[in-house]
Design a protein around this ligand. Structure first.
Ligand code: NAP
Length: 691
């Protein structure tokens, strides 16, 4: 089978393909080459065709397309599973890759619609007041970069690697060129074919390179970006490419690292945390045959526990069934290729300079339903290093396979020092039921890590585990791990948006940012609750009041809500209070009273109040104070698929002296005057989707 690339709207077969082999049988699976592709033209096509088409869509429209795409791929998942066994993956390894990747698309689709506006750009943070009179203000906006995102992936997760990266770029509105690792690109290509066939995203949004990237890096420009996942060696080389340096191309590097896991001193044999640690180390050694950037490479334990731990790990490792992932009962498949196995063996030999193998063998075992001459099988290898401060290789050499090194520590200071010798990792985990120990260790090593997992008997059952990056949390780590950061909810999307500070008058910045800023015009002719979402304009306002607050009001509120806090009810105690000096009205009464003033009670386009943001009580309200409220339309967010949208209102309550007593944003749903727009077809089509 000739694996193809997708460039300039066409599927293209490269010249003189290199043979890629099945990890289980050694048989050829595919021929791969990108020779003949015009890489400069691909970048240009993405910038010229894909970028503008994506940027025309709002965040919500892109997010809906992502959901449609996720459903489309999920309906075809079995064809990916079938091909995935050739990479050496078991069914559960493939689940992480295939459904984990599709799940990331789903997550970003739903978070994008919840957390981003239905706009083509984003306002970041609150306005900054830059002048005394309030006529000159600042605001930050974030707009999509206008280049191409080049995504280079490692061989271990061909689907997840591609999907986790395109999830954020598509949502941001940036076209991508995906370059999977040659060894497993046939699986990425299979899924990519479906992405293109679905026609869900506009042409030019996504292109694919199977094979080398040729001279692509020479043509990178200032608005382009690169995310690289792979070895630190290749990553560093690419980050120093002259075009990357010259044009300040955004570069995210996700490299390898010597991730740790540590057993706390409280977790003696028999404690639940001891058993959990043993299971996690074995799981991390064997899932995906240890070919995970997040796998546990260094396992630390109190010195006196080592013998018991070695016994427990041996017992669990002996249950691992290695063989053809398609065969019944197999729990660990081969490495991705014979050359990868040679590489791992070589690294283990280097590690053996300062450590001894306490479980496993570098050769000489019989895999189930396969042979280890043609398939890249390797047994799990557990090493023990008794003096990890003298043998620095155990903190430096990554054997990218089912390999982990067990090491002792003598005190918490010792443990922190040893962990930090990894010089920056993607993830670390800690197994302890002692929260004080956990706190001290976490604060001692956090700045060397992108993610830390603390496991105990309370959370173990629902824990997502040491090795699983999640779309909600950042993935990446400092130093040796590359210094990159991916995903992490909207943090990942922000990498593809340029933040720009705008300065000007409130009215100008209100019109540009589409968020009303204090000091801009207000229009009070029509009560804004009488206007549909389309008719409502930023600055539409109702000013209502004054209403005088009486002692009877306060006592009534206290008696029917039950809130009889002394500051409202006890004159002497309130007098002694450093903030009040007398009885004051309840803050929640002020908010309720304000609603009583600004609400238009009749049925109309305002459908519901769904919350309040940023509520602050700024001055006390005493009996006799007269309150006025100004409610101003601050931001509109129409939903694509519904006949309503969210409206955020600026609410300011002042007293008779014009002093602000309370300030907050009121959040409501407001009906449109027109019908919703049609939704991308596959969102409703479903096509037998299980999700
Ligand atoms: P690699 O050799 O660095 O390759 C990674 C990717 O870079 C592949 O797509 C490869 O393409 C491409 N590449 C290699 N040389 C290139 C060049 N000169 N220009 C442009 N692209 C180039 O790493 P690997 O051995 O495949 O992957 C295993 C390593 O990745 C491990 O060290 C592991 O820790 C790390 N990893 C890190 C993460 C993470 O998220 N931090 C995730 C997974 C893996 P070809 O295949 O075509 O050479």
């Amino acid at each position: 089978m000739n694996v193809q690339s997708y460039a300039l709207g066409k599927w293209i077969t490269g010249e003189d393909g290199d043979v890629v082999r099945n990890a289980v049988t050694g048989e050829p699976v595919a021929q791969v080459s990108s020779r003949g592709l015009d890489f400069a033209a691909m970048l240009d096509y993405g910038r010229r065709v894909g970028g503008p088409a994506l940027r025309k869509l709002t965040f919500h429209k892109r997010a809906l397309k992502m959901k449609a795409l996720a459903q489309y791929l999920l309906a075809r998942k079995e064809s990916y599973y079938e091909l995935s066994t050739a990479t050496g993956a078991t069914r559960s390894d493939s689940w992480i890759d295939i459904e984990g990747g599709i799940g990331t698309l789903f997550t970003y689709s739903s978070r994008g619609r919840r957390e981003l506006p239905n706009e083509t750009f984003l306002v970041d943070g609150a306005p900054e007041m830059l002048s005394r009179q309030g006529t000159f203000v600042g605001v930050h906006i974030c707009t999509p970069i206008e280049g191409v995102a080049v995504h280079i992936d490692a061989f271990n997760f061909p689907c997840w690697g591609m999907l986790e990266k395109i999830s954020v770029t598509l949502l941001a509105g940036v076209p991508a060129i995906v370059k999977p690792a040659t060894q497993t690109c046939y699986l990425a290509e299979r899924m990519f074919r479906d992405i293109i066939a679905s026609e869900i995203f506009p042409e030019g949004s996504l292109q694919l390179i199977c094979g080398s990237v040729g001279d692509l890096f020479d043509h990178l420009k200032a608005q382009d970006s690169v995310t690289f996942t792979g070895s630190a060696f290749t990553g560093r080389k690419l980050r120093q490419h002259p075009a990357v340096v010259r044009n300040s191309v955004r570069f995210t590097l996700e490299a390898d690292s010597l991730n740790f896991s540590l057993l706390g001193p409280d977790a003696k044999p028999g404690a639940p945390e001891f058993d959990l640690f043993v299971k996690e180390v074995v799981r991390e050694m064997t899932v995906k045959a240890g070919q995970k950037c997040t796998a546990i490479r260094r396992a630390f334990t109190p010195r006196e526990i080592i013998p018991a731990l070695v016994d427990a790990l041996r017992e669990h490792l002996a249950k691992v069934v290695i063989g053809d992932p398609a065969a019944e009962g197999v729990t660990m498949g081969p490495l991705a290729s014979l050359s990868q196995r040679n590489e791992v063996r070589e690294r283990v030999r280097e590690l053996c300079q300062g450590a001894e193998i306490v479980y496993g063998t570098l050769d000489g075992f019989k895999p189930v339903a396969a042979d280890s001459e043609h398939g890249a099988f390797l047994s799990p290898i557990l090493l023990h290093c008794s003096d990890p401060k003298s043998h620095l290789d155990v903190h430096r050499i990554e054997a990218f396979g089912p390999v982990s090194t067990l090491m002792p520590y003598d005190s918490i200071e010792d443990a922190i020092e040893l962990i930090r010798m990894g010089e920056g990792s993607l993830v670390g985990s800690l197994f302890t039921f002692d929260n004080e120990f956990a706190r001290e260790l976490v604060l001692g090593v956090a700045c060397f890590h992108g993610r830390l997992l603390i496991v105990n008997r309370d959370c173990a059952r629902e824990s997502t585990g040491h090795g699983s990056p999640l779309p909600n949390l950042i993935h990446g780590g400092p130093g040796r791990a590359g210094g990159g950061e991916e995903m992490g909810g909207m943090r990942g999307v922000m990498h593809y948006l340029q933040r720009t500070a705008l300065q000007g008058s409130p009215e100008t910045l209100t019109r540009i940012s589409r968020r009303w800023i204090t000091g801009s015009a207000r229009h009070t002719e029509v009560h804004p609750f009488r206007k549909s979402l389309e008719d409502l304009d930023l600055g539409d306002c109702v000013v209502a009041g004054p209403r005088t607050v009486t002692l009877e009001d306060i006592e009534h509120f206290a008696s029917f809500t039950g809130d009889k806090f002394y500051a409202h009810m006890d004159e002497a105690a309130a007098k002694a209070n450093p903030f009040f000096g007398a009885r004051v009205a309840h803050g929640y009464f002020i908010v309720s009273l304000a609603a009583g003033l600004f609400v238009d009670p009749h049925p109309g386009p305002v459908l519901a109040n769904y919350g309040i943001d940023n509520l602050r009580f700024l001055s006390p309200v005493f009996p006799g104070d007269a309150l006025t409220v100004a409610l101003t339309c601050k931001q509109k967010n129409p939903r694509v698929t519904e006949n309503y949208g969210e409206v955020r209102w600026d609410s300011v309550v002042t007293n008779q002296d014009g002093k602000i007593v309370a300030q907050y944003d009121v959040l409501t749903m407001v009906q449109k005057g027109t019908q919703p727009e049609p939704v991308p077809a596959a969102v409703h089509a479903g096509e037998g989707v299980a999700a």
